[in-house]
Design a protein around this ligand. Structure first.
Ligand code: SF4
Length: 226
């Protein structure tokens, strides 16, 4: 494992961006992108692997917050779901994603907590159903105390600060990976915009043609952000 002492943010970002450009320089394919995303997450995790956290499957409290992802992250989750789920389960999930988009897309975190608008990708046991391909933003957040999480995400209106002790170094590392990935996408002429997680995944599920559109360097319709 790399250590905090060996962390140099600009060097890290530059390595990630170069890796993405090298991987996609010969042409962007869904599988190459999925590997490039896994490499980004792996590079970040190499600095964080043995750092403590209290998060575990079945503790889904923070999965109510807005999650911003880059388009290839949403695409990779959608393609993974299409491969793993039966037609019936996929249709059910699309309905949940569509309902979530209608209700939650303009809500801020506070409203989401109050209305308990949890991520539609949570499974019935409070685990992440896309854990293997979960976005960088989800990997960035870890709590150091599960009881604080439970208290912080209780849906009540309060003026009190509800603080959760978190691993800020992990957040810095994953945020840097996110920025460097976006930079790599930009350099190879791919759309580097971010989008709300559920909206992005649903877009690629409802419109399979968006995969080719994205990979060819076209921009997805602006309506997705409106
Ligand atoms: S993708 Fe997974 S980890 Fe991220 S918010 Fe949804 S359920 Fe939670």
């Amino acid at each position: 494992m790399k250590t905090l002492e060996s962390w140099h943010e600009e060097e890290f970002k530059s390595e990630i961006t170069s890796g993405v450009v090298e991987a996609l320089g010969e042409g962007a394919y869904a599988a190459t992108l999925a590997r490039a995303l896994a490499d980004c997450a792996g590079a970040a995790e190499s600095f964080c692997a043995e750092r403590p956290f209290a998060c575990a499957a079945g503790c889904p409290h923070c999965c109510v917050l807005n999650v911003a992802v880059l388009l290839p992250e949403a695409m990779t989750v959608a393609l993974w779901l299409r491969e793993k789920l039966s037609g019936e389960d996929l249709a059910d999930l699309q309905k949940r994603l569509a309902a979530h988009r209608s209700w939650a897309r303009w809500m801020d975190d506070e409203e989401r907590i109050l209305k308990q608008m949890s991520c539609p990708l949570l499974d019935a046991y409070g685990g992440c159903s896309v854990h293997a391909v979960r976005p960088l933003a989800c990997r960035a957040i870890t709590s150091l105390d599960s009881q604080s999480c439970r208290d912080a995400f209780i849906p009540v209106v309060t003026d009190e600060d509800r603080l959760v002790p978190a691993d800020l170094f992990r957040k810095v590392v994953y945020d840097a990976a996110f920025t460097a990935l976006a930079s790599g996408l930009r350099q190879v002429g791919l759309d580097d915009r971010s989008i709300e997680l559920g909206t992005g995944v649903l877009a690629f599920l409802e419109h399979p043609e968006f995969v080719e559109r994205f990979l060819s360097g076209d921009r997805l319709p602006q309506a997705l952000w409106q």
